[in-house]
Design a protein around this ligand. Structure first.
Ligand code: MD6
Ligand code: FE
Length: 216
């Protein structure tokens, strides 16, 4: 596979590869992800204050991010089944290597499912141990209206993330504030039952040099 074309964003460190996955690659990745949800089903987390998220979540890999009354954290097991998260598909590990060039693999993949009016408020991804490592995001299904602005706050800009698009928060944009305002319902037929699945690959707890030779 030749590396996908990167589009300049005007926001240093925010990297965007529109159409990185073609239709066949999207369908096969989605099938792999949905297969993992048989053992690790989507569940609806709550905020530490007890408010349900509008997105449903699950995870893949050694760790995944969870939120509940006790707070936010990365943990090695599914909060409902208590089973270890299923492994990350090799396709995603390969995509991480090809696009980020980071010298170590991700140790966590958060899987977000958006249906209907689901959205994600502006946030920073800052629960990771090594904030120099990138976060890579893959969009599947309905197009989302994504909002992003500087870490310090201030003006945000809006762009669309369509099925097959991949983006990354790296370097000066690693702590950018970002969120999903809404979906364009019906813009894709990929996800059975409609909606959007977003995969974010991270270095959650491992630091460079830790466990990298084992691959986890
Ligand atoms: C989403 N994405 O696309 C939410 N985080 O559904 C994120 O929260 C995100 O797109 C870190 C890096 C890239 C992202
Ligand atoms: Fe995020």
């Amino acid at each position: 596979m030749s590396p996908p074309r990167e589009t300049p964003t005007g926001l240093p460190g925010f990297r965007l590869w529109p159409g990185a996955l073609d239709a066949a690659a999207q369908a096969s990745l989605l099938a792999e992800v949905l297969a993992t949800t048989e053992a690790a089903p989507f569940y609806r987390p709550v905020t530490p204050g007890g408010r349900p998220f509008s997105v449903e979540m699950t995870g893949m890999g050694p760790l995944a991010w969870v939120s509940d009354r006790a707070g936010y954290r990365y943990q090695p097991t599914h909060p409902v089944t208590d089973a270890p998260w299923p492994p990350m598909p090799q396709t995603l590990l390969d995509l991480w290597d090809a696009l980020t060039g980071w010298p170590a693999p991700p140790d966590a993949c958060l899987v977000n499912l958006y249906r209907g009016e689901a959205k994600m408020g502006l946030h920073q991804d800052r629960d990771e141990a090594d904030l120099t490592a990138p976060v890579l995001s893959v969009s599947l299904g309905d197009t989302a209206v994504f909002r992003i602005g500087p870490a310090e706050g201030g003006r945000t800009q809006s762009l669309k993330l369509a099925s097959g698009d991949v983006c990354a928060l790296t370097g000066p944009a690693r702590l950018a504030r970002h969120g999903i305002d809404r979906l364009l319902a019906g813009s894709s037929q990929l996800v059975p039952g409609g909606g959007r699945i977003n995969l974010t690959l991270r270095r959650a707890l491992w630091r460079l040099g830790d466990r990298d030779s084992t691959g986890g």
